[in-house]
Write a protein that binds this ligand. Structure first.
Ligand code: ZN
Length: 129
């Protein structure tokens, strides 16, 4: 776990566009080569909003990245510090599983401690063709 990933996710969280939920999420996606891509949730009037996890993946994938090591996710209501655990939603779990190995790491903040999960743990029976 890299401390800078948490700090970058917290900073990216402040770019969230979430006027409907007022729940700001920030993420940092780390590639196997060590490059970092941040993301935040972006909502709209309809149902086509995008989560912070998929924003980071879209940025990285569109730059040609295909090898990923971990993603760090932080989230909290506007004006609050992200101290409660924020897990990827079901949609993001399935989306991420397309591009990562079973041992890809998901880091979340839980108070002052960092929790670590693997892709296999958070999506044990993902859909595969
Ligand atoms: Zn999601």
């Amino acid at each position: 776990m890299h401390k800078e990933d948490i700090e970058m996710a917290k900073k990216a969280r402040l770019n969230s566009y979430s006027p409907y939920s007022n729940f700001l999420v920030g993420t940092t996606l780390r590639t196997k080569s060590g490059k970092l891509y941040t993301g935040c949730n972006i909502e709209n009037h309809g149902i086509q909003g995008i989560c912070g996890e998929r924003t980071a993946f879209a940025k990285a994938l569109s730059e040609g990245e295909r090898e990923f090591e971990s993603i760090t996710v932080v989230g909290a209501k506007k004006g609050e510090e992200p101290t409660e655990e924020c897990m990827p939603c079901g949609y993001c779990r399935q989306f991420m599983s397309e591009f990562v190995d079973d041992d890809f790491k998901i880091y979340t903040l839980d108070g002052n401690k960092v929790n670590e999960y693997t892709m296999k743990e958070i999506l044990p029976y993902g859909f595969k063709i």
